[in-house]
Design a protein around this ligand. Sequence first.
Ligand code: ADP
Length: 467
Amino acid sequence: MNVLHFTAECYPIAKVGGLADVVGSLPKYQNKLGVESSVIMPFYDNVFTKQHSFKTIFESSIHLGDAIIDFKILSLTENDLGFDIFFVDVPELLFKDYVYSYDDTDRFLAFQIAALDWVAQLEHKPTIVHCHDHHTGLVPFMMYYAHKYHMLNKIPTVLTIHNAQYQGWFSHDKISLIPAFDMEHIGVLDWDNSVNPLAAAIKCAWRVTTVSPSYMEELKRNANGLESLLSHETAKCSGILNGIDSHVWNPETDAYLIKTFSRKSIVSGRKANKKWLCDEFNLDINKPLFAFIGRLVGEKGADLFPQIFDISLQKNDISILLLGSGHDDIEQGLEDLKSKHKGAYNAYIGYDEKLSHIIYAGADFLLMPSRVEPCGLNQLYALRYGTIPIVHNIGGLKDTVIDISEKGFGFVHHEASVEQVCHAIERATNFYQNQPTFKKMRTLIMQIDHSWDASAQAYIHLYNTLN
Ligand code: ADP
């Protein structure tokens, strides 16, 4: 078996969120399990591409409407990622210092067409094509219906939905950019009067997965317009929980940490990381430290934070630290709060990989009041580093965190509301007061196994049903 993953993000090359972490680790574990697995993604203008060298393995050009655009397929000169990776280099469209922006339709269409042109001429073609999210959602449609890819139309395709909120909609005017296909199939591209790449992929892929079982069930009731489609296609749908790359996310070896630690050295290790955070952000090391890491958007419940933080800081003797970026008004609300709660609250508005690792290693509790959470990786990283999660009972959070009152190891609330999150923070603050129990719990959660081993095997099992 030979699997090719199509993706817009892949850690450590380009990361916006969890998609990158998954595609940067799943192929590695699949290779370890004996399934040849590689990745194809756009070639961006970023730190990784500046710091590495590449060789050209294929050159050609694509038609995008009337335009003829040259492209290259590149591979890494030296590759220690644990899987082969190929890059589609379309200088005028893809080589930008961002992954997503206003011009995604043309960019990701060019990516998908160029990638398929390359695959179409390969002597050893993939035996499974695995697409991730809407940016690669037209791949199955083109493989099955575009005349020029007729040699690919027997290859099974799998779609993994990491986030169904974003679907890549574009207007019918742009259909002419897609390589020629019989017009009788045009309806496959359409959902609610626009071209919908995610819907097209759900219709065309042989199997559809989500990144947790609960998220798949939730999508049948709430999928930003795709509920009936997912219910209709339910026979080919399943949820496979994400794993974490336990080599990258390992507190014993993590080079980003101020001090690495194992279960045996957890007390001194976590103290050193917490001290650094408290010094850096002017917080009191003796108070329980609550943190949030992530995109500042409604999906993550981040709009609730200014109110949650204000109330919780008045009621409890705690510290709060936030790392994230997103909507301007949420960022502003979080900035405004700094002066009111100086010494107890701070926020770094931006993206910082190193800081995120130190927070997982130094905070006492991690907040995740998400309204939608397909899997959520942050709670899994937190557990591995001994930080207790406080989560809304939804999607992957529901599948991975059990409340302390039910012999579990986290704090679970049943609504993404200011009241319920504040109540959960209060429960956690009380739990922190009993230091022996609190410390025992930290050590216990570090042992929970969320590595990719089981989930990578579940994907392989699914591929086996298709070949
Ligand atoms: P998403 O919906 O954003 O993909 P996930 O929980 O699946 O959410 O994955 C989020 C990933 O992005 C985690 O690795 C998290 O640590 C990282 N992350 C999110 N925001 C930031 C940030 N501002 N700085 C550093 N890392 C971040």
